[in-house]
Ligand binder design. Structure first.
Ligand code: ATR
Length: 282
């Protein structure tokens, strides 16, 4: 029997996950189906239960349900626990297992873009769920400095304190938080990642100058919006290279696929197909 998977969110109509997983399944000759499920804002748990009861094997979880998925899982990976958010559920042995592949997806994409993260300085913009999901994988990749800057400074400070509590060995001296202006303290950065939702309203965080090291990469986690206000600003402020979050989307999907199916798809062809359908970054 064909194994069933789905992505669940609200909204969900424009999700690229069904196309990505269908391509992975074809490439690896896995017999599975993957659909998009719209859950009412107050109906996430019921929708998951119904999908599971009908034989579903796993789900990807997207906005705004990742925190609820975290609370629902009765077994969590270390990454999901640190992120306090779950984007991948597996229904196995009568349990709901929760994983978060967003951060490792970002790290893999940065590697594809030629960023050897070990020893580099990284600036993360934002302090919401998108940032929470990527902090631990970036630290594990061996960055020399990780500065988290946010419009609401207290939120960035709280985020690194939460990490310190969970890591149980205090805030590593690689990890700092503050305002946009404070970000100059650890500058210049080799990689700057915009994980604010400012790009959705075509705004850019008002960053000070002097943040971008020679040869640096500016990365906007959104995709499909061409040159965002943030990427435009980054180019003007001296970023040498620009990237959007399409690769992260494909890589987080590949991690989920590998977890479910035990086989790792090749992401290059899928990335290229999706890229060809999007507006250019330049
Ligand atoms: P997500 O789960 O996508 O991270 P979120 O938790 O709502 O969503 O967080 C949104 C992030 O974008 C926050 O860091 C927010 O800053 P505040 O903490 O100050 O609210 C940031 N953000 C949203 N709109 C922004 C804007 N116009 N300029 C700068 N930062 C913005």
């Amino acid at each position: 029997m064909t194994d069933r998977y789905a992505v669940i969110g609200n909204p969900i109509a424009h999700s690229k996950s069904p196309a990505i997983h269908a391509a992975f399944a074809a490439q690896t000759a896995q017999d599975l189906s993957y659909e998009a499920l719209l859950a009412p804002l107050d109906g996430f748990a019921a929708a998951v239960a119904a999908f599971r009861a009908s034989g579903g094997r796993g789900m990807n979880v997207t906005v705004p349900f990742k925190e609820e998925a975290f609370r629902m899982a009765n077994r969590l990976t270390e990454r999901a626990r640190l992120a306090q958010a779950v984007n991948t559920l597996s229904f196995e042995d009568g349990e709901i297992k929760g994983e978060n592949t967003d951060g490792i997806g970002l790290v893999r994409d940065l590697e594809h873009l030629g960023c050897e993260l070990a020893g580099t300085r990284v600036l993360l913009l934002g302090a919401g769920g998108a940032v929470r999901g990527v902090v631990a994988p970036l630290l594990q990749a061996g960055v020399a400095r990780l500065f988290i800057a946010n419009r609401t400074v207290g939120r960035a400070e709280k985020l690194i304190e939460d990490f310190a509590d969970q890591l149980m060995y205090g805030i590593p001296n690689t990890l700092n938080a503050g305002s946009w202006a404070d970000a100059t303290k650890d500058a210049p950065y080799d990689v700057v990642i915009n994980a604010t939702s400012a790009s959705l309203s075509d705004e850019a965080p008002p960053l000070p100058s002097g943040l971008y090291a020679p040869g640096s990469l500016a990365y906007d986690m959104v995709y499909g919006r061409g040159l965002t206000a943030y990427l435009k600003q980054a180019r003007e402020q001296g970023a040498a290279r620009l990237a959007d979050g399409l690769g992260m989307l494909v890589e987080q999907a590949a991690e989920a696929f590998a977890l479910w199916r035990g086989v790792r798809p090749d992401t290059a062809a899928v990335r290229a197909t999706l890229r060809a359908a999007l507006p250019p970054l330049a």
